[in-house]
Design a protein around this ligand. Structure first.
Ligand SMILES: [Zn+2]
Length: 346
């Protein structure tokens, strides 16, 4: 083991324990708001588990334990209610925690929603309005599917692909065999990351052409919830639906003004029309934002969440750039790990 490995393994455990016992989530006297960020809730036995990046998943049993821990340590609040109270100058719980889900995955309805109902905790789900009820997938999942269904030789015919990931080692060899499930999840995550330098519209165009050229059939089961499932969650009164844009385009400076406005404003309108409910909360795809996006979001939403890690305070409160703490299985599988994560110490 390397020196840093030894240091990590000897320091990490006590640090984790201390953070869990004495972190900010245990201290009294401040009106603070933790916002937890979840993506997918999947058991290991589900076939979707193996094709997803590990940073995206929490297992259902772990999620249930999280909720039980949160109920013991915090006042679990609806994000909307907390923001309303803060903005009206009303009293706030000293330790509040809000639960959020990004993207609107079908597994949220299947695995998370029943647990939310059993535990009776409020949550917010950020949906991508123009992808709900379709068989469309996000580009990282389409990229993973392409890599797993094409042969090395076929992939080498796609210059945009081979020039970007050729260096990563994922395309070593010169075989007619499909790449299939050979991609390590960590490698997949790093490949996805290297493509984030391209605009979403460009990536979608490349992937559409490649899927067509390689005759990769449309998916037979949707990745995301249907409108009926979204409506059922919204009608329960436990799950508030927020907007996560129309097409999950990252709101960067390079996005043209029309597209920016459409992603922020039209998504809200579409969700409101379909669900017959006000949509007041927004979530920036990939956490990316720019001054134009911040301005438009502030004009149309009560509050918005980022992927910036941190704990929000009622005294230093930025409604349109709320910080969150991301949860995934690797960092929250035990109660000690979960509480250390809440302490925001690592
Ligand atoms: Zn997202």
């Amino acid at each position: 083991m390397s020196l840093s490995g030894i240091l990590k393994s000897t320091i990490k455990k006590p640090l984790e324990f201390t953070a869990a016992r004495f972190g900010a989530h245990r201290r009294k006297g401040e009106n603070r708001l933790w916002i937890l960020m979840y993506h997918r809730i999947l058991p290991k036995t589900d076939s979707r588990y193996t094709t997803e990046e590990p940073g995206m998943i929490v297992e259902p049993d772990t999620f249930r334990q999280h909720l039980q821990q949160l109920k013991a340590l915090f006042t679990v609040v609806s994000l909307s209610d907390w923001v309303d109270r803060q903005q009206a100058g009303k009293s706030l719980p000293s330790h509040a925690c809000a639960i959020t889900f990004d993207d609107g995955w079908a597994d949220n309805y299947q695995y998370a929603y029943p647990i939310i109902q059993q535990e009776q905790v409020p949550a917010t789900l950020f949906a991508v309005s123009d992808m709900i009820g379709t068989n469309l997938s996000f580009w990282p999942n389409r990229l993973a599917r392409l890599l797993n269904n094409a042969t090395f030789n076929q992939l080498e015919q796609l210059p945009w692909l081979s020039s970007t990931i050729g260096k990563s080692g994922a395309m070593k060899g010169n075989s007619n065999l499909p790449v299939k499930t050979q991609l390590e999840p960590a490698l997949l995550a790093s490949i996805v990351n290297s493509f984030k330098t391209f605009p979403d519209s460009q990536l979608i165009q490349w992937l559409t052409e490649a899927e067509h050229m390689l005759s990769i059939a449309a998916k037979d089961s949707p990745d995301l919830v249907s409108w009926q499932q979204l409506q059922a969650m919204s009608d329960s009164g436990l799950v508030e639906i927020g907007s996560h844009t129309s097409n999950h385009f990252r709101l960067q400076q390079s996005l043209v003004a029309n597209a920016m406005e459409s992603e922020i404003i039209d998504s809200k309108q579409r969700l409101q029309d379909r669900l017959n409910k006000q949509v007041n909360l927004f979530c920036y795809p990939n956490g990316d934002t720019c001054s134009a996006a911040l301005k438009t979001v502030a004009q149309h939403y009560k509050a918005a969440v980022t992927t910036q890690r941190g704990i929000n305070s009622s005294t230093n409160f930025r409604a349109n750039q709320l910080m969150r703490i991301g949860m995934h299985q690797d960092v929250s599988g035990t109660n000690t790990q979960f509480q250390a994560r809440l302490a925001n110490w690592y």
